[in-house]
Design a protein around this ligand. Structure first.
Ligand SMILES: Nc1nc2c(c(=O)[nH]1)N[C@H]1C(S)=C(S)[C@@H](COP(=O)(O)O)O[C@H]1N2
Ligand SMILES: [Mo]
Length: 188
């Protein structure tokens, strides 16, 4: 998929501890064997800088090629957390969504803030969010709501949440960009 810039590995230190084992020098090569992570992988950032080969399965369905950096939940937990109070679906009472900023995930992965994001979801739905939207509104990849985890089969692993109840220029925003079942972020 030309045009999508490779996204580099984020949280290398956490990877060294949780995925590579203490003292193990990670191999950067495309054919390197990836050890099983200590925690389940919940988010992937495809790009040539990643360590995990992308072969078949979900990425193939989405026409995503190359290697991916994968985040375990422990990796995500190390990023700064933010809450947004907002109703979803549109018109519902506000709930408190908690997670990590899309911009922080991209920055941690070495992507500069001029990049837009293509966000594929488990059901095939895909959204594209341009860089200006990300910078202006700092959407959160929420993994919990009102203090409980979002589950797979519901909205998890991540729902992209926008501050539409508090940002005047998002008033009346529909649900199109509230992607649920987010499993990957591609920088463009
Ligand atoms: N993964 C995913 N996220 C999605 C959608 C979807 O079809 N798949 N639809 C969007 C739209 S248009 C709406 S109105 C809300 C609710 O859609 P749903 O009823 O298909 O969940 O989720 C938004 N996020
Ligand atoms: Mo919708």
């Amino acid at each position: 998929m030309t045009g999508f810039r490779p996204v580099l590995a984020a949280l290398a230190a956490a990877c060294l501890i949780t995925a590579c084992g203490p003292g193990a020098a990670p191999s950067q090569g495309a054919d390197s064997v990836v050890p099983a992570p200590a925690f389940p992988v919940v988010l992937a950032v495809p790009g040539a800088g990643g360590r995990e080969p992308v072969e078949g399965g979900l990425f193939e369905r989405f026409d995503i090629a190359g290697n991916a950096h994968t985040f375990t939940f422990a990796d995500i937990a190390l990023l700064p957390h933010h809450e947004i109070a907002a109703g979803y679906p549109m018109g519902e009472a506000a709930r408190t969504w908690r997670g990590v900023r899309l911009s922080d995930v991209l920055a941690a992965a070495g992507v500069d803030d001029s990049a837009s994001a293509r966000i594929p979801c488990l059901d095939g739905y895909t959204v594209e969010v341009d860089a200006a939207m990300i910078a202006a509104h700092e959407p959160v990849l929420a993994h919990s709501v009102d203090g409980r985890a979002l589950t797979l089969g519901e909205l998890g692993p991540f729902l992209l949440v926008w501050p539409r109840d508090t940002a005047p220029d998002l008033a009346g925003m529909n649900d199109d960009l509230w992607a649920w079942g987010v499993f990957a972020i591609e920088a463009m």
